[in-house]
Design a protein around this ligand. Structure first.
Ligand SMILES: [Mn+2]
Length: 315
């Protein structure tokens, strides 16, 4: 009879090269343990009650984590980032913000307080949406620690619709609200990729009609110029990408950035004072079987971690 299988000493599927199996934390990072040393954390905010069109981004964090498992095979190296940008950092997956189904106020409160606690523990945080309303409590949490920030925002929509104080919150107005709360400064903020009509509301808006004539370096330069001297919060709606590259989202608009353009601009933002970031609006049930939206989201969130690791306050 063969020796008994030793459940205590078996390798993980990851350790024997099974890219398609095993645990699906973000990029196979270890899970966050309160009190244990860590530098950078990924968390999910699986909320989608703020949508103005198609729901489903509550499933974004799980889909993104699944697609991130392949890039997690490459031990802290993600093309084209310099090898080792993350290798001297402890990166963890902090799980998802808990809030009861059907609640917006409790999501706002839990997301702000949890994120603030992670920041207080010294962590740089990259958050996975969820619909874009989740950026409001994320911005509030970061402002508690870093003060007023510049917003660097890639999106098909500027999300600065006018509202009344008694209106329900939704994912099309929170950046105007954040500006009025003093959490972000519109004059130092940059919005890139818009292809829906809206007043600028004081933000520096570069819609696709301007962007199509720009090089990656020009886009990166204008971000550096507008945000100069301010801590930066980076927010990316996956619908900044053309639906050809990201069909799985709630409010797709034709004519957006390519994945190569967006990643190329992000790569050129190295060294900026980016204090926090998010990647939102991946709604996996609208994609085909190729899961390219979640794959794009996973890769771009991984890019955001590299930017946090390279920021001057973490070096
Ligand atoms: Mn959008």
């Amino acid at each position: 009879m063969a020796d008994a299988y030793d459940l205590h000493s078996e390798p993980s599927p990851h350790e024997v090269g099974m890219t398609w199996a095993g645990d699906t934390t973000f990029a196979r990072f270890p899970r966050f343990q309160p009190g244990a040393p860590a530098d950078l954390a990924v968390q999910g905010v699986a909320y989608d009650l703020g949508v103005t069109n198609r729901p489903g981004s509550r499933f974004g964090p799980r889909a993104i984590r699944e697609q991130s498992s392949l890039s997690g095979e490459f031990e802290h190296t993600l093309w084209p980032w310099p090898s080792g940008t993350l290798s001297n950092r402890v990166c963890v997956d902090a799980g998802d913000v808990p809030f009861p189904p059907g609640t917006t106020d409790l999501m706002l409160d839990a997301t702000q307080r949890r994120t603030s606690a992670l920041i207080a523990a010294g962590l740089g945080v990259v958050s996975l949406g969820g619909d874009h309303l989740v950026s409001l409590p994320l911005l509030r949490a970061h402002a508690e620690h870093y003060g007023q920030m510049a917003l660097v925002h890639f999106d098909a929509h500027s999300d600065t619709w006018e509202y009344r104080e008694d209106d329900p919150l939704h994912h099309g107005m929170m950046f105007l609200k954040a500006a009025r709360e003093g959490v972000i400064e519109p004059a130092s903020s940059v919005q890139i990729g818009m292809r829906t009509p809206n007043d600028t509301m004081g933000f520096n808006v570069y819609d696709m009609n301007k962007v199509v004539d720009m090089s990656l370096a020009q886009m990166a330069d204008l971000i550096r110029e507008h945000t100069h001297g301010m801590p930066i919060y980076l927010t990316i709606d996956i619908d900044a990408l053309d639906p050809a590259f990201a069909p799985g989202t709630g409010t797709p608009v034709i004519g957006g950035l390519t994945t190569a353009q967006l990643r190329g601009v992000l790569f050129r933002l190295q060294g900026l004072d980016i204090v926090g970031a998010d990647l939102v609006e991946v709604a996996p049930h609208y994609e085909g079987s190729a899961q390219i939206t979640a794959l794009a989201g996973a890769t771009i969130a991984h890019d955001e971690l590299h930017l946090l690791a390279g920021s001057p306050r973490r070096n």
